[in-house]
Design a binder for this molecule. Structure first.
Ligand code: DX5
Ligand code: ZN
Length: 231
């Protein structure tokens, strides 16, 4: 195992939580051992769905000290980077597909003092992340087409995670590989085995049962997948 690989982290996706009781969902996820929160920003243009903007991120920021991972599924992320940073975003994740010069976006994110992530849709060749791998803090491999929670994980995401893992290990990079969409104990375990280190989990945490227990189960599975002892 490469020693530069970051520890495994679970990031519940608030898109699947009850928006009218977000504070309670956040508290439950913290009790269950969440390491960060994932917030899905959708503009109805880059993706068919519309979710929320900086005002909600700001409200979440007041409820937790955990890092906020902001997934910008919007056509013009450049216009909104500062607003989401000011609202309390720690990592700003932009899609590779939105601009020819994604490197400029990554630089703009760093200039705001935030960590950067680059997300790649299932229909985009993952190799296109290559020029950015040395600069970004997180590579987000989508397990589903972005837009909606509760979709089924696409198994071809595993080979894509493995490819990114090989590149990062070769470069000695400590960047995270996140997997977003369709993460369950089973697909989370397989993703961890493939080299993912950051697990976005929406419906598998919030849709049924206990949030704490769901997170506990996910934790055990990803640790097992990575072949690590449970902490
Ligand atoms: C999908 C979003 C995901 C979503 C994950 O477009 O980017 O973050 O909330 O939800 P699940 O885990 O239910 O697939
Ligand atoms: Zn997301």
């Amino acid at each position: 195992m490469n020693s530069s690989r970051p520890k495994l982290r679970l990031a519940p996706s608030l898109l699947s939580a009850d928006f009218a009781a977000l504070g309670e969902s956040i508290a439950a996820a913290e009790r269950g051992g969440a390491d960060a929160f994932h917030l899905d920003v959708m503009d109805g243009h880059f993706v068919p769905n519309i979710s929320f903007g900086p005002a909600l991120v700001k409200a979440v920021r007041r409820r937790t000290r955990l890092p906020l991972d902001i997934h910008l599924m919007v056509s013009e992320p450049r216009r909104y980077l500062a607003a989401f940073r000011d609202a309390g975003g720690d990592t700003l994740v932009v899609h590779l597909e939105v601009e020819a010069e994604a490197a400029h976006l990554v630089r703009a994110i760093h200039e705001l003092g935030a960590a950067s992530g680059i997300a790649v849709r299932p229909d985009t060749p993952v190799e296109r992340t290559l020029p950015l791998l040395a600069e970004v803090d997180q590579v987000m491999v989508m397990g589903v087409m972005p837009g909606f929670s509760g979709q089924r994980f696409r198994p071809d995401a595993l080979a894509r995670i493995r490819w990114v893992r090989e590149q990062l290990d070769k470069a000695g990079s400590a960047a995270d590989i996140s997997v977003d969409g369709g993460v369950t104990p089973e697909t989370g375990r397989d993703s961890a085995a493939a080299g993912a280190t950051f697990f976005v989990c929406g419906s598998s945490v919030f849709d049924s049962g206990s949030v704490e227990e769901n997170l506990g189960q996910l934790r055990a599975s990803v640790e097992e997948g990575a072949g690590r002892a449970v902490r």
